[in-house]
Design a protein around this ligand. Structure first.
Ligand code: ATP
Ligand code: MG
Length: 258
């Protein structure tokens, strides 16, 4: 880790940079993930590096949708595994949903290293549930050749038959547009976290939380815990992702006008 003083005006942002660089050094995050992170940083700068009202609105709807889901699954890539391992496990716990490793850039052993990293952070092993983790901790599912997503050619089509393959709602932070589109075409609802309101993922998802995933996860977990089922269905039906993305874009364009 670099020696960033806490008084530095960009302390948080620089700390996150260190975390993602450490993810690459540990073989969890792809080197391409650094570029994705940089793109995220640029949008976070424009958003003001805080959770804005359009993100709060999307988090509220996402909590409702995830609470109503029959089979929610949390998709994990190399960036989120490095940035928010504890947040992902907490979300799995509150939803009683598995985590599933799914990455775009295949490098030998990276999927396994992500799995081991999550287990170190107290997720449960599918093959040996007794030996790691805490009670109620989510399982970590791995991609298989037994189940494949349609409409997609990359490595990300390989999924787990009891995970993303049969999910009705998939939580996929920092997603690639291609797979988001494929999941939607397969009739699944997609909740994403993406700092770029113009990305294909942001445009295709059912609910897009335009915020940094490190800020979103604690808020989302809290919101899910506090949600009452009686209002969840109304919240989802009244939500418009298009309107929320428009608010995010308006916010960004106002930043430039002082
Ligand atoms: P798409 O394929 O959806 O059009 P893209 O090709 O522009 O997106 P990808 O590399 O596929 O980008 O996905 C990474 C996305 O994640 C980017 O839109 C980036 O802004 C966003 N992102 C990066 N870091 C974070 C973060 N910490 N929190 C939220 N979003 C992030
Ligand atoms: Mg992409």
């Amino acid at each position: 880790m670099t020696d960033v003083p806490k008084t530095h005006p960009r302390y948080l942002s620089l700390t996150l940079r260190d975390t993602i660089v450490a993810g690459v050094a540990q073989g969890i995050t792809s080197v391409h993930g650094l570029i994705a992170h940089g793109r995220g940083e640029a949008f976070d700068y424009l958003i003001g590096e805080t959770t804005q009202p359009f993100a709060i609105e999307a988090i509220h709807a996402a909590a409702a949708m995830l609470r109503l889901a029959k089979h929610p699954v949390i998709s994990v890539n190399g960036n989120v595994a490095a940035l928010v391992p504890d947040g992902l496990i907490e979300l799995g716990q509150v939803l009683n949903a598995p985590l599933e490793v799914n990455i775009f850039h295949t490098e030998t052993g990276r999927e396994q290293r992500i799995r081991e990293h999550l287990l170190k952070h107290k997720a449960r092993s599918e093959t040996s549930p007794a030996n790691v983790g805490v009670e109620g901790a989510p399982d970590v599912l791995m991609p298989t050749t037994e189940a494949q997503l349609s409409y997609i050619d990359s490595n990300r089509k390989f999924v787990h038959p009891d995970g993303i393959f049969k999910a009705d709602v998939v939580f996929v932070p920092l997603e690639d547009g291609d797979r988001c589109e494929a999941l939607r075409k397969m009739g699944k609802a997609v909740v994403t976290v993406d700092l770029n309101p113009m990305s294909r993922t942001a445009q295709q998802a059912s609910i897009t939380i335009v915020d940094n995933v490190v800020r979103t996860l604690p808020l989302l977990c809290k919101e899910i815990r506090e949600f009452s089922d009686s209002t969840a269905a109304d919240t989802v039906s009244q939500y418009s992702n298009e309107a929320v993305l428009k608010k995010a874009l308006q916010h960004i364009s106002r930043c430039g006008n002082g």
